[in-house]
Ligand binder design. Structure first.
Ligand code: C2E
Ligand code: MG
Ligand code: MG
Ligand code: MG
Length: 292
């Protein structure tokens, strides 16, 4: 009887695994088709430079527009892409779209600033990763320092020597490098001295409501002081209030990315902002008007 019970359990278990696999397979097929059909959109979230008040840099963030017109955020599908090893295709798709965007601006004689893209930590371990990104950058003839690669902090922990090598290679190809979500993973300060990064993005969890607000602020100020001295620029992520902006300005944070200024925007809206920002710059170079 015990045996029968066990068999029954296994049978149920088997069935649920089969169901899960079928589900994942159907999602996988849908994703592949979506890549082919270009159902993925690139949104741009402007970053505001606190010195100039200008929002000419941005982060590219992927969205999935399904055939029924729904816009699905990345947290809902990136884990599945990663599980299925499709993330490289998606990351490269986004990267090409960004390169094409910059190229169109350059061809039209319009100014453009650095745009950052996210790279999945899985992709980072492809042996041809640097070459692939370099080739795409060259194909679109993108000048140096207009593309920034955002690396999630947690990559650093696996293999610092490897990370240092890859980052150095990317930099020699004219990419800027930022560490994303700093302070969430197993932050390592040795990262800051060993890896030649350009930008540190302080994770939004530092800026959420907390009973440790005072301590949070001391930590934020400390990080910014430290990395300023290492000539690494700082971006604060997830900024939603005027108080946060004032605080970040007082501690010399370089840039702000957050709903307080801009949400991630479709390309057309981002273009309108760029045109407005550059127009502002032409008439009043030192404008501070956007900063509180
Ligand atoms: P991330 O790289 O840390 O991007 C910042 C996320 O914070 C974005 O979420 C952005 O919309 C959100 N955010 C910005 N300002 C605020 C704010 O003031 N308040 C709040 N609550 N959120 C804010 P999003 O677009 O949903 O992306 C989530 C994550 O998905 C990204 O986090 C990134 O890790 C990943 N991701 C997005 N696009 C790509 C991609 O093309 N490739 C890969 N591998 N990952 C991507
Ligand atoms: Mg990012
Ligand atoms: Mg982040
Ligand atoms: Mg992230």
């Amino acid at each position: 009887t015990v045996k029968t019970g066990l068999n029954r359990k296994y049978a149920v278990y088997d069935e649920s695994i089969r169901k899960q696999l079928r589900y994942e397979k159907s999602i996988e097929n849908r994703m592949l088709k979506s890549l082919e059909n270009e159902e993925f959109l690139v949104y741009y979230q402007p970053k505001v430079d606190l010195k100039t008040g200008l929002a000419t840099q941005a982060e590219a963030l992927v969205r999935w527009r399904t055939d029924d017109g729904m816009i699905i955020p990345p947290d809902k599908f990136i884990p599945i892409f990663e599980k299925k090893y499709l993330i490289s295709s998606l990351d490269q798709y986004v990267f090409k779209k960004v390169c094409a965007f910059i190229r169109r601006r350059l061809d039209a004689g319009l100014p453009v600033n650095t745009i950052s893209v996210n790279v999945s930590r899985l992709q980072f371990y492809n042996s041809d990763f640097v070459k692939t990104y370099e080739d795409i950058k060259n194909t679109f003839r993108i000048p140096d320092h207009l593309l920034e690669i955002e690396i999630t902090e947690s990559i650093a922990f696996d293999n610092v020597t490897f990370l240092e090598k890859t980052v150095s290679e990317l930099k020699s190809k004219g990419f800027l490098i930022s560490i994303d979500d700093f302070g969430t993973g197993f932050s390592s300060l040795s990262l800051l001295k060993n890896i030649p990064i350009d930008v540190l993005k302080i994770d939004q969890s530092f800026f959420r409501e907390s009973i440790h607000k005072e301590k949070d602020n001391i930590v934020i100020k400390g990080i910014i002081d430290l990395v300023n001295k290492l000539s690494i620029r700082t971006v604060a992520e997830g900024i939603e209030t005027a108080e946060q902006v004032a605080f970040l300005k007082s501690v010399n944070c370089n840039m702000i990315q957050g709903y307080f200024f801009y949400r991630p925007l479709p390309e057309d809206k981002f273009k309108a902002i760029l045109n407005k920002e550059y127009a502002v710059k032409e008439t009043a170079p030192e404008t501070d008007s956007k900063v509180l």
